[in-house]
Design a protein around this ligand. Sequence first.
Ligand SMILES: N[C@@H](CCC(=O)N[C@@H](CS)C(=O)NCC(=O)O)C(=O)O
Length: 201
Amino acid sequence: MQLYHSTTSPFARKVYMLALAAQLPGLDLVKANSLADEALRVVNPLGKIPALVDGNLILIDSPLICEYLDDKSVALGKTGFFHKKRPDYYVVQRTHALADGVMDAAVATVMERRRQDSEQSYHWLRRWHLAITSGLSWIEQQELGSAGQPHIGTFATIAALGYLDFRLPDIQWRNTHSNLAKWYAEFEAIEWVAATKPRDA
Ligand SMILES: N[C@@H](CCC(=O)N[C@@H](CS)C(=O)NCC(=O)O)C(=O)O
């Protein structure tokens, strides 16, 4: 299997954290730059990362890729991170969706800020900022899993917070979400967290 990824994408990081935590064999990383690499459209016509190639099967969109890898991991006898058929399945998926939404708003903010000042939409920047802060407030109230027992919402939340630290430190999310900050600090030394910390390639 090949995972098209970059070391800066929070969505790709979420997928890779799950694969590492599951100790899933046979996953190779293929570096791609979604903004510069037109060849990426062969595996994702939308031009986005992550994308996964497994033989003849191409999958796009990180929730679907994560679900696929999780199913593989469960087939190998591991505990699933999606909590399928468990009572908290939908609540875990809601946390996943919330954290993905925070990532969407954060990535959009970063892209918008890279445009010239005169071209930036302050309407959208304000709206995305609200999505990030309100999203984090909801996330903070969820059962977020632990280093020993992570679920898909755990990976998604770590990816979202790591991306905020990496690209939008001025948001200073710890000042407004201290419980989340305490929870996040517990993960810093965990192998699948430390090994995937976002960085410019
Ligand atoms: N919903 C997608 C979002 C993926 C996404 O937005 N990836 C960004 C990189 S972090 C990207 O490739 N952006 C390029 C573009 O939007 O053209 C997922 O969950 O995989």
